[in-house]
Design a protein around this ligand. Structure first.
Ligand SMILES: Cc1ncc(COP(=O)(O)O)c(C=O)c1O
Length: 459
């Protein structure tokens, strides 16, 4: 894409940027990006960076996929917008629904498209409250989530997020959220605890929380298959079967949040497939359109739909909708993403790149600042610590300081963007990354780590 972008000398004291220090915005220009090419982005000074996190784990086909631009342009020219509501829709939404249903790990699904991952999870909760009300279980409103998880920024989904900073100062949660421990194996294990004992303990904790809340008041548990935002801890194989067993015992549904993990991150279309999960409902976003246009999917299973139909039968309609849901241009782009996945065997490419990815991550283990790593699909977490400081625990936090912040900033100087979390930085590069680009990423990461080490001569 050869486009001219003009960077103006705009004021930045009036911008509110998310997850940012507002006082810094009053005095300091934020990092401004103008262009992208493949896995690289370029700032306003022309400096290139490898986006090792695909922005927010979303730009799965890179920053310059012409076919997605063309698909958007075709739809913009034909019909730029028409709301999918009031028994009206557009062909792109119908095609996307049919193709996603065929790929869905949820059997006989019904699919609703919202705009963001947050909205998808939020609406799923709203729909559950609706369905349970008409199915004679109006009290089944509570949702279990895991500490340190991330499910979105709306009032309801922030409540499910496990990081205290996301809700405490906003006066959230509002009484419907129950939280249990995150399966951060092995960091969260008790001394001497085996994997089986660890997952037994977490399943027992889940059951205690459900029983204490009153099982008849709990509607669902929501979980990411692997939570990248909380530090990317792939759970032990026995975790989900045990958790699911507890949920089934009390008639509680399992909602799987595939907002990050869906669309190829694991080397399969869904982490749900890769990990053999059996969700009642699933949400997806981000990679569904390569993040070129905002769109998210709520994929609902049979029992869930039966309940929605009860409500519809009682009221004569489903009283929910929004202007930009199932946006025509977003849907057209998402259909093109599926075409590209098929034609270019994107999943096969991810699986072929995984050994190089793992080798690159392991190659950093000899660095004095690196104390461990975690690998899953085309995703990785690198644990870092200053030699004179202890290794951080397992708790995830989106607000970081110390060594991971230093690595992030050194990364910017070396031309690589990572996502710093407490005790580690995570990466989830565009799925199109090549062997040579993985090697270049490894080189830039090592240079950033060296730079941090050199800036602390006492270490
Ligand atoms: C697992 C998960 N769920 C939901 C969301 C929210 O998605 P969005 O930012 O599109 O609202 C995110 C965002 O990072 C996420 O990581």
């Amino acid at each position: 894409m050869n486009v001219e972008v003009k960077t103006g000398n705009y004021r930045n004291d009036a911008i509110l940027l998310g997850f940012s220090d507002l006082s810094r915005l009053k005095t300091e220009r934020p990092l401004v990006f103008e262009r992208g090419k493949g896995i690289f982005i370029f700032d306003e000074n022309g400096k290139d960076y490898i986006e090792s996190v695909s922005c927010f784990y979303c730009v799965s086909l890179g920053f310059s996929e012409e076919r997605l631009v063309e698909a958007a342009t075709r739809q913009l020219k034909a019909l730029p917008m028409y709301s999918s509501a009031i028994h009206r829709t557009v062909p792109a939404v119908m095609e996307l629904t049919e193709r996603l249903a065929a790929l869905s790990p949820v059997k006989h699904p019904r699919i609703y498209f919202s705009t963001t991952g947050s909205e998808a999870n939020d609406h799923l909760i709203k729909f559950m409250w609706y369905g349970n009300g008409f199915a004679g279980e109006p009290e089944r409103r509570k949702i279990v989530s895991r500490k340190a998880s991330y499910h979105g920024s709306t009032i309801a989904t922030a409540a499910l997020g496990g990081s205290q900073e996301l809700h405490e100062s906003f006066g959230i949660p509002m009484g419907f959220s129950l939280q249990v421990s995150h399966p951060s194996w092995p960091n969260a294990a008790l001394p001497g605890e085996t994997e089986e004992q660890f997952t037994d303990r977490l399943a027992a904790e889940l059951e205690q929380v459900i029983v204490a809340a009153g099982p008849e008041t709990v509607g669902a548990m929501i979980a990411e298959p692997v939570s990248v935002s909380s530090g990317m801890f792939p759970p032990p194989a026995s975790y989900f079967p045990k958790i699911t067993g507890v949920l089934r015992k009390y008639g509680i549904q399992l909602f799987i949040d595939e907002v990050v993990t869906g669309f190829g991150r694991s080397g399969r279309m869904w982490a749900t497939e890769a990990m053999g999960l059996e969700p009642d409902c699933l949400t997806c976003a981000k990679g569904i359109s390569g993040a070129y246009m905002p769109i998210a999917g709520i994929v609902m299973g049979e029992e869930f739909n039966r309940r929605l139909d009860l409500g519809n039968a009682a009221k004569g309609w489903f009283a929910h909708g929004a202007t930009h849901h199932a946006h025509a241009v977003s849907a057209a782009v998402a259909v093109e993403v599926l075409n590209i996945f098929e034609e270019r065997d994107v999943l096969g490419h991810v699986r072929r790149m995984m050994p190089y990815w793992n080798r690159m991550l392991d190659g950093l283990l000899d660095h004095p600042l690196v104390v461990g790593n975690r690998k899953w699909g085309l995703t990785g977490a690198v644990e870092v610590a200053y030699p004179d400081e202890g290794r951080a625990g397992a708790a995830g936090s989106l607000k970081v300081g110390g060594v991971t912040k230093d690595v992030y900033e050194a990364g910017l100087l070396e031309g690589v963007i990572v996502r710093p979390l407490a005790g580690c930085f995570v990466m989830a590069p565009p799925l199109i990354i090549t062997e040579a680009e993985i090697a270049e990423l490894g080189r830039r990461l090592r240079a950033a780590l060296d730079r941090v080490l050199a800036s602390r001569p006492s270490s």
